[in-house]
Structure formats: C-alpha cells, structure tokens
Design a binder for this molecule. Structure first.
Ligand SMILES: Cc1cc2nc3c(=O)[nH]c(=O)nc-3n(C[C@H](O)[C@H](O)[C@H](O)COP(=O)(O)OP(=O)(O)OC[C@H]3O[C@@H](n4cnc5c(N)ncnc54)[C@H](O)[C@@H]3O)c2cc1C
Length: 310
C-alpha cells in the first residue's frame, strides 16, 4: 500500500494495530462488540497516547479516568490522532487516581456516541491532510465498564510493546515509499534527454540514483531483520528502533534526492514524488522521534554489543 501512498498505509496500520490488540487481549464483550465492525471497516481504531503538552514522555499524561456508577468519566485532551476526523471512538490511555508515573495508567475503548462531552478539532498539517489528524477533548465523558481494556499498571507496557511492532511497520512503509519514488525517478530519467542522451546516460546523475538504491537496500535489509524477530515472537526493542530511525531517515533523504534529480517537474503534481516526501516526513514523529529511538538503542548497547562475543 505504501508504494501508492504512505499516509493511507499509515492510517490503515493504526487501525490494524488496534484491531490486533483487541483480538489478542480484549474481553469477550469487547471482541463481540468491536471486532466485527472493525473488520468490516465500519469502525476505525486509533490509540490515543499523545497530549498537547507532549508525546514523548507518555508516562506524564494527564487525562484522567474517574470511577463512577457503571463505568468511568474521562477528562483531558488527546492530540495528533491519526484518523481522528473519522473515528467514532478512541483507545485512550488515561490516569486513574492522582499518583504520577505509569502505575495508575489504564486504557479504555472510548466510544464518542452523539455526546457533547467530546469535542474534536482538525490538526492542520500542510501536505499531511490524508492522515485526517484531530485533537480530541473529553469533558467528563462517560465510558461504560465493559470498555476497560488494560487495568491501571498494565496499559503502558502493553502499548509500548504494540508501538515496538508499529515502528517496524512504519520502517517497512518508509522503505516501500522510497522504492516507489526511486522507480518513478529512474523511469523519468531513462526517458528524458539532456545534451543528446538520456539523463541516466550522464554518469554523475546515474551515480546519484545508484546511491539512493544502495541505501534503500540497506534499510530494507535492516527492516527484514527486525520483522523476523517480531515474527518469531521476540520484542526486539533496539532493532525495531534502529530499523525505524534508519528507514525513515533514508526515505526522507532518498525521496528528496529523487524530487531534485528529475528537475523542476519533480516538485510538480505531474509526479507523486513531492506527495511521497510530505507524507514520509510525518513518519519522523509518529511512533517515536529520532531522539527517543536513539535513546532506546543507547540503553541496550552493552547487551547488543557485549565486550566478548561468545
Ligand atoms: C502523522 C502523525 C500521526 C500521529 N498519530 C498519533 C496517534 O494516532 N496517537 C498518538 O497517541 N500520537 C500520535 N502522534 C503523535 C506522536 O506520537 C508524537 O508527535 C511523538 O510522540 C512526539 O511527541 P511530541 O510531538 O509531543 O514532541 P515532544 O515530546 O514535545 O518532543 C519535542 C522534541 O523534543 C525531543 N525530546 C523529547 N524528550 C527528549 C529527551 N529525553 N531527550 C532528547 N530529546 C527529547 C523529541 O525527540 C522532539 O524532537 C502522531 C504524530 C504524527 C506527526
């Protein structure tokens, strides 16, 4: 899907992540109520961690869930919700009680219904409107008991494990979008002539395209290594972070090269190149910024690269 458009693949992947998690850890009621419409595409799922005051430090979130008869009331604001303009509810991480840290963070499926206690506002992102991003504010919004997904203390760990998988998915999508951009650039350069020969007949330009292909294949190989670990049931925190950082950086750099290499037409709507670049740019924030990813890699250095190799 990301060959055609990074944003649409990213939005569907968010939905997939929510549905997979519900199918693995949801209660019978949640599975019966939510999975069939989610599989039919009638119900879109998005996980809501980020708040306007910050996204990297999830354990500092301030949205609260207060127990009431038959459920909870939710208050607080979630920012940068993928599919936020389309969803009829969110999987929300919220704090139960006053204690700081991760111990009292729980997660809920929060249906919006027709309630006035939910307000959503579009987040305007030039070049990124396909993500349908929204900020969603809850004001004492009622959530029924059956919607509790992970109890206080368990939610953050479960969400971070899911984010780890999502990092590899985003890395794979970035590689796929770069592949599409490179194919488009190569095709154009084979057919456009300058100084009496195709653009690819000029060694300088041909080498620039070749350099993009080298880094693309390196990123792809790293993504495969991380994906294989996930496939066999491991939780490769460092490898997933390495894959996401390298693939996203490589895609942003590589697509930018393609936009430039083909000449002015690369910036125009005659090509998909500028759209690919604007959409892949968004991958640098979602599911962990570069600094957060390097932090993950850095913490695991001594076990991933031990003094003596046995
Ligand atoms: C297209 C898109 C879709 C998204 N979809 C969702 C979604 O569906 N659900 C959701 O919950 N969120 C979503 N997000 C939000 C995303 O997860 C956050 O943007 C991300 O976690 C970073 O948070 P922030 O933007 O608030 O930056 P901040 O946390 O405010 O950080 C700002 C800068 O400071 C750096 N920084 C922070 N802490 C440190 C540190 N300790 N050391 C060094 N540098 C640091 C960061 O790397 C960053 O460069 C989405 C974002 C985008 C762009």
């Amino acid at each position: 899907m990301a060959h055609h458009g990074f944003a649409v693949a990213f939005c569907l992947n968010h939905h997939q992540g929510g549905a997979t998690r519900l199918s693995q850890t949801g209660t019978t009621v949640q599975i019966e109520q939510l999975l069939p419409p989610a599989l039919r595409g009638e119900l879109l799922l998005t996980t809501a961690m980020t708040e306007p005051a910050g996204g990297s430090d999830v354990s500092a979130l301030t949205t609260t869930a207060t127990p009431v008869d038959g459920g909870w009331t939710l208050s607080g604001t979630k920012a940068w919700m993928t599919n936020g303009l389309l969803v009829g509810g969110l999987i929300v991480l919220a704090r139960v009680g006053d204690a700081a840290g991760a111990e009292n963070i729980a997660s809920f499926y929060v249906p919006f219904g027709a309630s006035e206690s939910v307000k959503r506002t579009e987040v305007l992102v030039p070049g990124g409107r396909s993500f349908r991003l929204a900020e969603v504010a809850f004001d004492k919004h009622f959530v029924p008991d059956w919607c509790l997904i992970a109890p206080p203390g368990a939610a953050l760990k479960a969400s971070m494990t899911a984010v780890n998988g999502a990092r590899v998915h985003v890395a794979a999508m970035s590689v796929a979008t770069l592949y599409a951009a490179l194919c488009e650039a190569v095709d154009y350069c084979e057919n456009r002539k300058a100084f009496g020969k195709p653009l690819t007949g000029h060694q300088g330009l041909r080498w620039e395209l070749a350099e993009v292909s080298v880094r693309l294949e390196a990123a792809n190989a790293l993504v495969f290594r991380a994906a294989e670990q996930i496939q066999i049931g491991e939780n490769p925190v460092g490898l997933a972070a390495q894959a996401k950082k390298f693939a996203v950086d490589t895609a942003i750099w590589g697509i930018d090269q393609c936009v430039r290499i083909v000449g002015a037409t690369g910036a125009s709507a005659a090509h998909r190149l500028n759209m690919h670049l604007a959409e892949v740019r968004m991958a640098a924030y979602a599911d962990g910024t570069n600094e957060m990813l390097l932090d993950r890699v850095g913490r695991g250095l001594s076990s991933a690269y031990p003094k003596s190799i046995s």
